[in-house]
Design a protein around this ligand. Sequence first.
Ligand code: GDP
Length: 332
Amino acid sequence: MATKKRTTPSIQELEKGILSGDRSALARAITLTESTRSSDKVKSISLLKKLLPNTGHSIRIGITGVPGVGKSTFIEAFGQMLTREGRKVGVLTIDPTSQKTKGSILGDKTRMENLSRDPNVFIRPSPSALALGGVTDHTREAILLCEAAGYDVILIETVGVGQSETIVRGMVDFFLLLVLAGAGDELQGIKKGIMEMADGIVVTKADGDNVKGAQQAKGDALQALHFQQPSQSGWKTKVLTTSSIENKGISEVWKVIEDYQSHADKSGYLEENRRKQQEQWLEEIIEQKFHEQMGNRVIAKMRSQLLKEVRNNKVLPLEAAEQFWKHITRHW
Ligand code: GDP
């Protein structure tokens, strides 16, 4: 029997599906936003605009930490706790390593197996082979789509190995850093800046023989934070210990996030931060488009031609730059 080709749903169908919480409509809408076809771009913008009034009501949480720190196990325990409380949880993962390694650290299908079976959870790994910039603006779109589909807690997971943490920090309300006890900052690749970005730090695997070490690590982190400049939000970074496998400390993490939310809500920081993030989003897209244009064949050819002329002292760099800008502005 011939298989019927899946027809592409219309914008109206996607909108209706998303608003009714249909996960497959949500998945297809995210796929649409990831498409590089310009007709799809037009469609996804129109869909997002329609859905915009239904977005923004979730708490957006970034979660980072080195591979093996226990991110997915934590998200399983944390997500299940939240759905037990009647919440709907969206999990978006960004894996900057997947492009290089072909296999991705976060992409493993067995991750978060229990959580993925929960009807109130939507898990979406990032498209693998995209440039970081590309991944991020799609993640922002995915956040909005999840919110429109009724997800009230959005977790954005990323591996703490690259610049992705900074990018994720720029799209969430609360940023959670997971660390291992006794592994040493260097080993965990924790650059000073990451700790400064965190609103909460969780020492994972605080169970069995590890309990004492975890407490020690918590003390060390608190001490390190003591010397840190206060954050813009006026919030003091909290440090906790958890055991995801023993389900300990998990609801305490949520409590901290709720405290943060009410603190930042009252002070107006939450809203102001989101406004700034909107601006940042635009800046990123403009920059990305600019880089794409620079890679354009005609421009690249012009550039290499001018480089050659400059190298051979045929033209001054200043003059070449003038010619270059004249050329590309005409080209645009
Ligand atoms: P990720 O790479 O950061 O997502 O880390 P995983 O969640 O895959 O965990 C890495 C390893 O640590 C796995 O073998 C987990 O079973 C183990 N692990 C995760 N959380 C805990 C925990 O709370 N306690 C203990 N003892 N092991 C844990």
